[in-house]
Ligand binder design. Structure first.
Ligand code: C5P
Length: 228
């Protein structure tokens, strides 16, 4: 990940690959990472990665949130490892063997485990058999994933301090739900400013619409980067 750029992963949640490439080109002078998610990857296929990277050396966060039996996740992780992402996401709730399978199948990729989706409230968690405060589940799954070799965790800015306490200083903590002061929350419920998220212990901030929805995404990325 380029060290001279801001610790931001711009979420390229674009309707088509041309738009994603345009956004990527505009922001890569300022941010260290761009994030390709399920929608773009499923629509455009693995070639989208080279298109958005465009030879710039920007880090790639491949947010595929893999969740299946260990053998299948290992195969998928091996398949996408050739794209050389910095980070690849898997669901910690797939279990320790599944997380370990991804780690072993893609040794040059940092496996980032998603603990509890921020879209799941306490009632939804109870429905899927995870009764109790979500914070407990987050800490439990964080410890499980790190024990299985995950080098990074995805968590909300509200959880990041508790997760840092659980896993220590060497695990990369990645937080979505980041909104500069004064910008729209969109559909994000638990938000924090970039400065708050970093001071709570985040290492990499996932930011989408405040940058990609701006008239000039490059200028928006530059402003946020300069504020850090
Ligand atoms: O546009 P916005 O800044 O809300 O984008 C946040 C990005 O982070 C989106 O790509 C979203 O899918 C992702 N994400 C999230 N919450 C999670 C995990 C991932 O918002 N818990």
């Amino acid at each position: 990940m380029p060290q001279d750029r801001a610790p931001i992963a711009v979420a390229l949640d674009a309707p088509d690959v041309e738009t994603a490439a345009r956004w990527a080109q505009a922001v890569t002078p300022y941010v260290a990472v761009v994030k390709v998610g399920l929608e773009l990857f499923c629509r455009s296929g693995p070639s989208v990665v080279e298109t958005v990277r465009g030879g710039t050396g920007v880090g790639l966060f491949l947010d595929l949130k893999l969740h299946d039996i260990p053998n299948t996740v290992a195969g998928a992780a091996r398949s996408v490892a050739r794209l050389k992402p910095l980070y690849l996401t898997v669901h910690a709730s797939g279990g320790a063997d599944m997380v370990r399978a991804a780690v072993e199948a893609a040794p040059d990729v940092t496996i980032a485990a998603v603990t509890v989706l921020t879209s799941l409230g306490d009632a939804s968690l109870e429905q899927i058999g995870m009764a109790g405060p979500s914070r407990d589940a987050v800490r439990r799954l964080a410890a499980l994933a790190v024990g299985a070799g995950a080098g990074a965790l995805v968590c909300s800015p509200q959880e990041v301090a508790a997760v840092r306490e659980e896993v220590g200083p060497h695990i990369v903590l990645i937080t979505p739900g980041v909104r500069p002061a004064g910008s729209e929350a969109d559909d994000q419920a638990r938000i924090a400013t970039p400065q708050q998220a970093l001071s709570n212990g985040a290492d990499l901030l996932v930011i989408g619409r405040p940058i990609t929805g701006a008239k000039d995404p490059g200028a928006a990325a530059a402003t946020i980067a300069a504020s850090l």
